[in-house]
Ligand binder design. Structure first.
Ligand code: MTE
Ligand code: MO
Length: 198
């Protein structure tokens, strides 16, 4: 695993790398299955469950403020990439457009291709979480989740849903794809919440 592409964190970066992670300068693609074809012209984003159901277009998203942000990216398979530069829309700005039932405590992210991943609402609605549409200044390549993915920097990267197309608000925790298949339900990298063995 160590070698040309992965190295042990050293010097000033060592305190930015969670336990058990190795740095990579590349940007590996990690997808279960194949990259779905997503057409911007027919792209849509749905909200349902414990929220007033609503459908958003690409333009609805683009009309929200755009921000550049930099985030470290930690995959549970032990690679981390520091200082990934994205452009996106704040989750907190998007939340202003929807009406969520006060009973909702959890959210499921849904994606083109069928992937899902779940989060407590308080992990999802945070200032540093984004719907990203550019990576290093260019439209996000399809393999990395373009045209739109979430970026949830404080949790392992499987919570950062590629090809996102919906949010389902929930009264209790439900498990997404990897969470049903042995990954931890929350996935906090500094606590090494990698897998669940219950
Ligand atoms: N829709 C979807 N999103 C996904 C995945 C996936 O398989 N499908 N993989 C997750 C995992 S395990 C990781 S590590 C990151 C990888 O993002 P990348 O391929 O851009 O590096 O995407 C996450 N989001
Ligand atoms: Mo991952």
């Amino acid at each position: 695993m160590l070698g040309k592409f992965f190295h042990k964190p050293q010097g000033e970066n060592s305190d930015r790398v969670p336990p058990g992670q190795y740095l990579t300068n590349g940007f590996p693609v990690l997808t279960y299955g194949s990259t779905p074809k997503v057409d911007l012209a027919t792209w849509e984003f749905r909200v349902w469950g414990l929220a007033t159901p609503k459908v958003f277009t690409w333009d609805d998203f683009m009309n929200l403020p755009h921000h550049e942000f930099t985030a470290d990216f930690h995959c549970v398979t032990r690679w981390s990439k520091l200082d990934v530069k994205w452009t996106g829309i704040k989750v907190t700005d998007f939340m202003q457009l929807i009406e969520v039932d006060p009973q909702a405590v959890h959210v499921m992210e849904h994606c083109y291709g069928g992937y899902t991943t779940n989060l407590p609402l308080e992990d999802f609605v945070r200032e540093e979480n984004f719907f990203a549409f550019k990576l290093f200044g260019e439209p996000i390549p399809p393999d990395h989740g373009g045209p739109m993915r979430t970026v949830i920097p404080h949790l392992y990267a499987w919570k950062s849903a590629k090809w996102i197309n919906g949010l389902e608000f929930l009264a209790q925790e439900e498990l997404g794809f990897w969470e049903r298949n042995g990954y931890h339900s929350r996935g906090e990298p500094w606590a090494e919440e990698r897998y669940s063995f219950s």
